[in-house]
Ligand binder design. Structure first.
Ligand code: SAM
Ligand code: SF4
Length: 332
């Protein structure tokens, strides 16, 4: 599948729930949430059908996300069923890490995911300081996340990446501890610019820390970072080598990197069944309605191709984008 601008679409992010056991400031700060009613959330079977048809159209990589995907029962079995779809070559999961070490019959969630064919895990981690972590997520779950990351390492994911959202006057003191931790554990650390998929109060200049500024601040500790233009991880991150070590760190700058959208290969399916051609655009198309109106696979394929045709050249985040959905309702 190719869009009107020559992006080859091969990657689908599937949000399986809008629910979460944390309340990150930049994502879903309020305690009270209006979750999608259960009957508006796609069933696993509905999602698998979209994935099967999508695979027929060229989807090769799937990332399971949310909300917190590991809060939805049956997630490992769902991933195993994705693995069985002909054409799907890679499955990843995005998680806050709090439930990766959870045991069921003596087996951790991380092990169940690996057994189900999930090869990569992106784990959100904004701080290694318990009090700061609690301030950022409204939950005192850092010890669980640490356990979860260890469980993920033990389970043998092929790749584990740590993602930290840059917040001004907060992340600056986390740079060195997070880099040291990632290096000790052998994990790839990325810093993500705050995107306008949150409440207006969070999206102020006072909270925004650009990746370029973050890089300069890190260089005060490490010396000049060396660009690694050939190192890619199937996304818009740009990577640098830390001098004097083998460590690489990444920056994801949706707001300040003007080349951010050039290599975009993604579509997003929200848990309430909207197909979105771009995270940073208002456009979304109601796939649930189509699915539940008894469509054929051919009709479903035509619908998906129609959404791909409407994929914008680039996101609208820099041009007065007003959030119509928060990240939790889109799927990060
Ligand atoms: N709950 C999982 C997690 O935290 O990784 C998966 C879903 S979360 C919405 C996916 C990613 O989106 C996380 O890395 C999170 O840090 C990021 N995210 C959430 N809100 C964001 C925002 N306003 N700007 C940038 N990244 C954001
Ligand atoms: Fe939950 Fe992830 Fe959003 Fe944090 S970033 S509130 S963990 S969905």
């Amino acid at each position: 599948m190719e869009d009107a601008f020559g992006h080859r679409i091969s990657y689908l992010r599937v949000s399986i729930t809008d629910r979460c056991n944390e309340r990150c400031r930049y994502c879903m700060p309020e305690e009270e949430q209006a979750w999608f009613p259960k009957d508006e959330v796609l069933t696993y079977d509905e999602m698998l059908r979209v994935l099967r048809v999508g695979a027929g159209l060229g989807i090769r990589k799937v990332r399971v996300t949310g909300g917190e995907p590991l809060t939805r029962p049956g997630v490992a079995d769902f991933c195993a069923q994705i693995s069985a779809i002909p054409g799907i070559e890679e499955i990843g999961i995005s998680t806050n890490g709090t439930l990766l070490s959870k045991l069921e019959n003596g087996v951790t969630m991380a092990e169940r995911l690996v057994k189900a064919g999930v090869r990569s895990a992106n784990v959100s981690l904004d701080s290694l300081d318990r009090a700061a972590y609690q301030r950022s997520t409204s939950r005192d779950l850092l010890p669980k996340v640490m356990e979860g990351i260890d469980a993920a390492i033990a389970a043998g994911f092929r790749s584990i990446r740590l993602n930290c959202v840059l917040m001004k006057n907060q992340t600056e003191r986390e740079f060195v501890p997070l880099m040291n931790y990632a290096w000790e554990k052998g994990l790839l650390l990325r810093f993500i610019e705050l995107m306008p998929v949150s409440t207006q109060e969070v999206l102020s200049e006072d909270n925004f820390l650009a990746t370029g500024t973050a890089k300069q601040l890190i260089e005060q500790h490490t010396g000049p970072l060396t660009p690694l233009p050939d190192f890619k991880t199937n996304g818009p991150a740009t990577y640098y080598a830390v001098p004097g070590t083998e460590q690489k760190i990444g920056f994801i700058g949706a707001m300040t990197n003007l080349h951010f959208c050039e290599t975009c290969n993604k579509l997003r399916l929200t848990s309430d069944g909207k197909l979105r051609p771009c995270l940073g655009s208002w456009l979304e198309f109601d796939l649930r309605n189509v699915l539940r109106s008894g469509c054929t696979d051919e009709e479903l394929a035509r619908f998906i191709l129609g959404v791909v045709e409407r994929k914008p050249k680039e996101h609208d985040f820099r041009d007065n984008y007003q959030p119509n959905r928060r990240m939790i309702a889109i799927g990060g």
